[in-house]
Design a protein around this ligand. Sequence first.
Ligand SMILES: [Mg+2]
Length: 252
Amino acid sequence: MCPPRPAPPDSRAWLRQAALFLDIDGTLLDLAPTPEGVRVPPALPASLRALTLGLGGALALVSGRPLGDIDRLFPDRFDAAGTHGAEWRLGGSKQGAELPGTADLALVTAMLRDGLNRLPGVRLEHKPLALALHYRAAPQWEVATQALAAQAAQTLGPAYRLQAGKAVVEILPAGAGKGSAIRRFMEHPPYVGRTPVFVGDDLTDEDGFAAVNALGGLSIRVGTGAGSQACYGLPGPAELRDWLVQLVAALP
Ligand SMILES: [Mg+2]
């Protein structure tokens, strides 16, 4: 566990050999009332393209969003781990993640729909290999939504686990997580041998912070987060975007 978080160290010490892993919502992009409502600032894709080029391709988006959703926001088809690592793409081609299929999830969909009839405003999102219950529009149902998700996860058994995030609770394959997604990238060129740098903002990112800490990398949390395992901090998405522009300027 790291003390209160200072700004990331001078990039001259690490940028040349870095592999950059970036969460999307609440990290690169400001949160919106719904996942569909986020806006990509016009200058951001150019920063990401320049960093990808400058780092020899070692840049990946690591998000809870499905890959298809990531590509709608960022049509450059960057390397990415979607659905918290349950899906991933490296060098333009989709890789298998050896996780259970979606058939089991159908078992609990009816149960969840039924439960959600009593929780107006809570939304069920179907992802490849996962289900998410969003309660940002109905925060009064937080506890009831988490209980409903827990019941569904219990029905599915040990192949799945619960993952809480900001105004969302998800039912994910047990083997999916941002930490394992980052470790998987680090085993393959152009990532292998580089220093992983992960930037995230949420509970779902803690697993990624722990992974890069263990690999001798840099963990950076955007926004507040008491008890986070991240060693460095940036105040918000706007400051992260400014920092990325500085990194682009510092590229060799
Ligand atoms: Mg996030």
